[in-house]
Design a protein around this ligand. Structure first.
Ligand SMILES: [Zn+2]
Length: 87
């Protein structure tokens, strides 16, 4: 069976390998250290996801924890990780 677990943030695309939604689509309530969204909170419909992403980008796509931001961080590269159904 294909592993459908999601490790990329639906809002910002950060993927550090941690499972945010398991293979059954059940949220694991993990807080993203980039956009600070918690998986399962406000990211279960495309409309909500787009609204949160728009808000995050509109505020300069800030890292919640700037210390965790890689020196060569590339917003567009990270956004490309967002699962197709959440774009
Ligand atoms: Zn995120």
């Amino acid at each position: 069976m294909e592993d459908r677990a999601e490790t990329a943030c639906r809002i910002c695309g950060l993927d550090d390998g941690e499972v945010l939604f398991n293979e059954y689509g059940v949220p694991q309530y993990v807080i993203c250290e980039c956009c600070y969204n918690e998986s399962g909170i406000g990211d279960d419909t495309l409309t909500q996801v787009r609204e949160l992403r728009g808000y995050w980008v509109g505020h300069g796509a800030q890292w919640h924890d700037p210390k965790r931001k890689p020196a060569d961080w590339d917003l567009l590269k990270q956004i490309a990780n967002i699962p197709a159904e959440w774009r």
